[in-house]
Design a protein around this ligand. Structure first.
Ligand code: CAA
Length: 246
């Protein structure tokens, strides 16, 4: 039987590469898409050439606690198992703190951090009972180093790391690993929408002088969920071209 991996935000730049990586590694991927975005999700699936056995599209608002509990319990029943969770869904609402609106703060915390509770909580007990599972949370270099104009995003991404270490401690005895991949600036629509002069200045700060490729982030996820990653837990793997060295 194929292992089943749930990937949130699966048709974004990094999420799409993670989905491809996991499909190529033999997983059945449950690819979540935001409420109402079914047509876009189908287009993505067709573009990628995934069949319905490889990728099941699954509508989920990761900010809605009740919906996640209900839909993910149902998913678990239908699929029989969820072996891997990749919490990847994320947004930016950049702006200097002095001018930041409450909605820019709360939207980012809801989507990037509270989603970890909403998505992981309904599935974690079953993983523990089964005696194994892998959870990978996609944070950011900016959760580690802090970034001008991203108090909301840096707070959420740093919070993901604390969450992962605490849950790693709880899952360890049951063989459930919880890790973080912290990408640097990656060639995705999220980064491409930055002002070109700001992005150029950031690229110039990156020792490798280039953005990450989404596949380079996906490969780190692939490693953590593979047999080779079985003894790694509570860890953060940075993939940032040297932008921040801990
Ligand atoms: N450090 C110190 N000062 C800075 C600064 C920095 N890094 N960046 C800007 N400033 C200063 C500017 O020099 C300017 O100063 P003056 O007023 O004295 O001229 C002042 O701050 C305002 O800067 P902006 O003109 O840029 O202000 P703005 O309101 O037009 O834009 C901003 C603010 C949207 C936050 C913009 O600075 C910005 O986009 N910053 C980059 C944020 C960023 O890195 N986002 C990453 C998005 S991708 C992502 O998040 C994925 C991932 O995980 C990596």
């Amino acid at each position: 039987m194929k292992k089943v991996a749930l990937v949130t935000g699966s048709k974004g730049g990094i999420g799409s590469a993670i989905s491809s990586q996991l499909v190529n590694d033999g997983y059945r991927v449950i690819a979540t898409y935001f409420t109402g975005a079914y047509t876009c999700a189908v287009e993505w699936q067709n573009e990628k050439g995934f069949n319905d056995e490889q990728v099941r599209l699954f509508e989920l608002d990761v900010t809605n606690t009740d919906e996640c509990a209900e839909r993910l319990n149902q998913l678990l029943e239908e699929e029989g198992t969820i072996d891997v969770i990749v919490n990847n869904a994320g947004i930016t609402r950049d702006g200097v703190f002095k001018k930041m609106s409450a909605s820019a703060w709360f939207d980012v915390i809801e989507t990037n951090l509270n989603s970890l509770f909403n998505v992981t909580q309904p599935l974690f007990a079953a993983m523990c009972e089964k005696g194994g599972g892998r959870i990978v949370n996609i944070s950011s270099v900016n959760g580690l180093k802090g970034q001008f104009g991203q108090t909301n995003y840096s707070a959420a991404k740093a919070g993901m790391i604390g969450f992962s270490k605490a849950l790693a401690a709880e899952g360890a005895r049951s063989g459930v690993t919880v890790n973080v991949v912290a990408p640097g600036y990656t060639g995705t629509p999220m980064v491409e929408k930055m002002k070109p002069e700001v992005l150029d200045a950031i690229k110039n700060e990156i020792p490798m002088k280039r953005l990450a490729k989404p596949e380079e982030i996906a490969q780190a996820v692939g490693y953590l969920v593979s047999d080779a990653g079985a003894y790694i837990t509570g860890e953060t793997i940075s993939v940032n071209g040297g932008l921040y060295m801990q």
